[in-house]
Ligand binder design. Structure first.
Ligand SMILES: Cc1cc2nc3c(=O)[nH]c(=O)nc-3n(C[C@H](O)[C@H](O)[C@H](O)COP(=O)(O)O)c2cc1C
Length: 334
């Protein structure tokens, strides 16, 4: 599939996740086969008002691979102005591959300002936002939407058509409504309905946790690509596994050594970008995902949360290298 001129062989994309998909997470995901990544969402108004912390969230490094910057907001003028500034690269970082519009965030603080998934209730406004941005920047503009606002309004196809009419180059669909938040199962059929409604590439998202669910999403929806969020946390190799399956090659799960070394790499990349204290603090919840499914996870997780330095964090992660820790490990899925 293509996003503008960017060609993605399998359309394997790391989903944006606020508080999780910083440079370190994006870089290890790309190293493990994610063909495209997205920053955490940043506020268009914060960019326009010159907030000091926000540009760092949108800073992109070459190791992130092709990386889109995601913005949220509701005012076409602010969104377009923020997109112009972001398209030049932030905080000394690379220029983004695309600007992605958040039309999926369910948090009341965001939807209360008619931003995020509130745009699912205002396709006309989304159209104006996409159009305003497209007239100001040359890189592709994409939109990430949900199935709808609630079960009575599952209007993703209509919203995707509005995005396409405004000039969007691709649309990603999380198959849950705003009301569902993250509960229940994502509806991949609505992704299929969007695919039938538009001619731009459609990226399916929601509940892909392994090769089997990735292939099922593609079969049930006909999507052009797959966006993976939580399933990639603690297992960035999910992208390599899905890529192998799509190429008809054997799927080789990550070894304990590979997982350990990727977890450590993530930690070190974060430290290089943000310094040791921030890296240790921010890595606690992130690295705990690597221990998912382990019988000894709770003790190791406690060590991760207690770690005060990079070396203590690495020592806690070393449980991944203990052969007997894997003996009774549960399958690495949710
Ligand atoms: C902690 C967390 C933070 C998220 N932050 C964002 C965000 O900043 N922008 C966005 O579009 N979606 C965000 N999402 C939604 C994910 O991109 C994705 O749509 C959702 O998790 C479903 O995909 P998954 O089942 O593969 O995780 C977030 C999800 C989680 C769990």
């Amino acid at each position: 599939m293509q996003i503008g001129k960017i060609c993605l062989r399998h359309g394997l994309i790391l989903a944006p996740m606020a508080g999780y998909t910083d440079h370190a997470t994006r870089a290890v995901s790309h190293a493990c086969g994610a063909e495209y990544t997205v920053t955490e969402m940043v506020s268009a108004k914060a960019i326009c008002y010159g907030d000091r912390k926000t540009p760092v969230l949108a800073r992109i490094f070459p190791e992130d691979g092709p990386c889109a910057v995601q913005i949220f907001g509701s005012d076409p003028e602010y969104m377009a102005e923020a997109a112009v500034r972001l398209s030049e690269g932030m905080a000394g970082g690379e220029k983004p591959a695309a600007v992605d519009i958040n039309a999926g965030c369910p948090v009341p603080k965001v939807t209360g300002n008619q931003e995020g998934s509130a745009l699912m209730r205002a396709p006309g406004q989304l159209y104006r936002i996409v159009q305003a941005i497209c007239t100001r920047i040359k890189i592709p503009v994409t939109v990430k939407i949900r199935a709808g606002w609630d079960d009575a309004h599952r209007n993703a196809p209509e919203v995707a058509r509005a995005a396409e009419a405004g000039g969007a180059s691709a649309v990603a669909v999380h198959g849950r409504t705003r009301d569902a938040m993250y509960a229940g199962h994502a509806d991949w059929a609505i992704i299929g309905a969007v695919k039938k409604a538009v001619s731009i590439p459609v990226i399916g998202n929601g509940d892909v946790t392994d090769v089997a669910s990735a292939l099922l999403l593609l079969r049930e929806s006909g999507a052009d690509g797959i966006m993976i969020g939580r399933g990639a946390l603690g297992n960035p190799y999910i992208f390599r596994e899905i890529g192998a399956a799509l190429e008809g090659r054997p799927v080789v799960p990550a070894t304990p050594e590979e997982l350990y070394s990727m977890a450590c790499r993530q930690l070190m990349l974060r430290a290089a970008e943000k310094g040791e204290a921030s890296a240790v603090r921010e890595s606690r919840k992130l690295l705990a995902w690597y221990l998912r499914g382990f019988p000894t996870a709770s003790a190791a997780r406690a060590r991760i949360y207690a770690a005060e330095s990079l070396s203590e964090m690495q020592a806690a992660l070393a449980v991944l290298l203990q052969k007997d820790a894997w003996k009774d490990a549960a399958p690495r899925a949710f």
